[in-house]
Ligand binder design. Structure first.
Ligand SMILES: [Zn+2]
Length: 298
């Protein structure tokens, strides 16, 4: 691990090295030595931007994209982001990925504040789970993956320029749950034993319950890292997996709604009620089925 090379490449301050080393050693320890190469390359090839708003940082890098599924307001509210952007060319009737630009932004960063370190760790989680085979091209369809999350884009060539249109986004809630769980566990282990991941409470609690109680924690974390869905299909039917993913998306929407409506007591309480129903009725019913199937399989 050549920390000097990373600092030189992106012009980070010298005092960033000890912090980065602590984070790196933690990642290798937590995610496993077999993933060290991906962790190193992901960190080496990604620019970290600190103390700048997400919108400003993405604009500066020419990476700002808003669409039906990712709104400007959500980006303005976010304390951090991981974003990657492929440059795609159209050569001899075929789309090709030339290179991928990656960035991690933390709006307000202080090495000594666990909440901002936690935001950095959360975005690093998205980066590392995305980095390996992040993009897959199939004709004019481009798939982008991070952990269990899949974004599908339609490509179109127009006067030498390749345009992408997001047509589907799947498993966002499920992946955000896994990533928020990772953030909290990682922070507790290496930085602050009292750390609590703020925001995304509903999906984090649901994933934590799954990982802590189902008795397949290591396997599920590894599957998330490998972008491998088959583990769920051992526990449930295809249709049930779709239900699970959709329930997580709705819990995630509630989590976002709570952040947005912090000041509006009436709406806030209504969302809490809605979220509790999703977690304690819909999700729990599916969880019990998974548990039953797992117990039978043992
Ligand atoms: Zn996230």
């Amino acid at each position: 691990m050549d920390f000097q090379k990373i600092v030189d490449r992106w012009l980070y301050p010298k005092d960033f090295i000890p912090f980065l080393k602590k984070v790196y050693d933690g990642l290798v320890d937590y995610l496993g030595k077999e993933h060290e190469r991906v962790i190193y390359e992901a960190i080496l090839n990604t620019k970290f931007v600190f103390n700048k708003s997400v919108v400003d940082a993405l604009t500066d890098e020419d990476m700002l994209e808003v669409n039906d599924m990712i709104s400007y307001g959500d980006l303005q509210r976010s304390s951090g982001v991981y974003e990657s952007l492929p440059s795609i060319s159209f050569i001899n009737g075929e789309y090709q990925i030339q290179q991928v630009k990656r960035i991690v932004v933390v709006k307000s960063f202080d090495q000594n504040h666990s909440s901002s370190v936690g935001t950095f760790i959360h975005e690093l989680g998205h980066l590392i789970k995305g980095y390996y085979q992040e993009y897959e091209l199939d004709g004019d369809i481009l798939k982008k993956r991070s952990g269990f999350m899949v974004e599908t884009y339609q490509l179109k060539e127009d006067k030498g320029e390749v345009k992408r249109t997001l047509i589907a986004k799947e498993n966002t809630g499920l992946e955000e749950g896994f990533n928020s769980y990772f953030e909290e566990e990682f922070m507790k282990k290496y930085f602050d034993s009292h750390y609590e991941a703020l925001g995304y409470g509903g999906i984090r609690i649901s994933v934590a319950q799954m990982l802590d109680k189902l008795g397949m924690k290591e396997e599920l974390i590894e599957a998330d890292l490998e972008k491998d869905f088959s583990i769920f299909l051992r526990l449930m039917e295809d249709e049930e997996l779709k239900d699970l993913s959709s329930i997580f998306d709705r819990i995630y929407e509630c989590d976002l709604g709570l952040i947005k409506n912090m000041m509006n007591k009436e709406v806030y309480e209504q969302i809490v009620k809605q979220r509790n129903e999703l977690i304690f009725k819909d999700y729990l019913a599916l969880y019990n089925k998974m548990k039953e199937k797992r117990n039978r399989g043992l």
